[in-house]
Design a protein around this ligand. Structure first.
Ligand code: DX5
Ligand code: ZN
Length: 215
């Protein structure tokens, strides 16, 4: 499977967000990852609707929205208005995940379930045949620039095994503390959607870094 690289805008310089978007798009990334935080599910806030509205038209690539919020079902329409190509949420934050999955799919958007560090893969298993991708977090959701937690790699292997056994087609996205050194372990384990914030935005040569992140 082709390895895709999604820069997380959380690590971009917000004072020049338009040129930051252009920089990564020109360097050949596959989609733009947008982290939404509500200061409830995670102890941080990011990308309020108003802010996304101010820049999303500058994004010419597919948008990947990662909702780290409580009760995503109550606000989903507000995020679907940006026509994301990928949208994931955390199952333990949602009361009716099956309904929400259906709603997102109806919009023609690929739907993912995010597995936070500390949450087992078993939490999403009852829904696994309904989704397009699983987002495996390799840090505790909430902040960019954290240290990669390698103990989460085994979840990718576990998911890959389940995928083969059940003959499913979901992809595996990974997010948190990913750099040019640790990425190959993730790809070897079965990940094909690589999210990276700090490594990409703080790099001197974005296009070289993106090449390296493809493994
Ligand atoms: C963390 C977010 C990530 C974060 C990744 O809660 O979901 O997308 O921005 O940033 P880095 O690559 O800096 O860990
Ligand atoms: Zn994210």
């Amino acid at each position: 499977m082709k390895v895709k690289v999604f820069p997380s805008l959380l690590a971009a310089d917000f004072s020049k967000i338009e040129s930051e978007i252009k920089k990564v798009q020109d360097a050949g990334v596959d989609a733009i990852h947008l982290d939404v935080m509500d200061n409830k599910y995670v102890p941080n806030t990011s990308f309020p609707i108003k802010q996304i509205k101010s820049f999303y038209k500058k994004i010419s690539l597919p948008i990947d929205i990662h909702l780290m919020i409580e009760k995503p079902e109550e606000v989903i329409e507000q995020y679907l208005q940006f026509n994301p190509s990928f949208l994931s949420f955390h199952v333990e934050a949602c009361s009716e995940p099956k309904k929400l999955i259906q709603k997102i799919k109806e919009k023609g958007c690929k739907v993912g379930l995010a597995v936070n560090a500390g949450i087992p893969v078993s939490s999403i298993l009852p829904l696994i045949d309904l989704i397009d991708f699983v987002l495996v977090m390799t840090v505790n959701a909430g902040f960019g620039g954290q240290k990669f937690m390698k103990e989460n790699i085994k979840k990718i292997r576990e998911l890959n095994k389940i995928k083969k056994e059940k003959k499913l087609f979901f992809e595996i996205e990974v997010d948190g503390g990913i750099n040019t050194e640790n990425v190959s372990q993730l790809i070897d384990a079965g990940a094909s959607m690589i999210v990276s914030g700090t490594t990409i935005f703080k790099s001197d040569s974005v296009s070289n870094t993106i090449k390296k992140l493809r493994g």
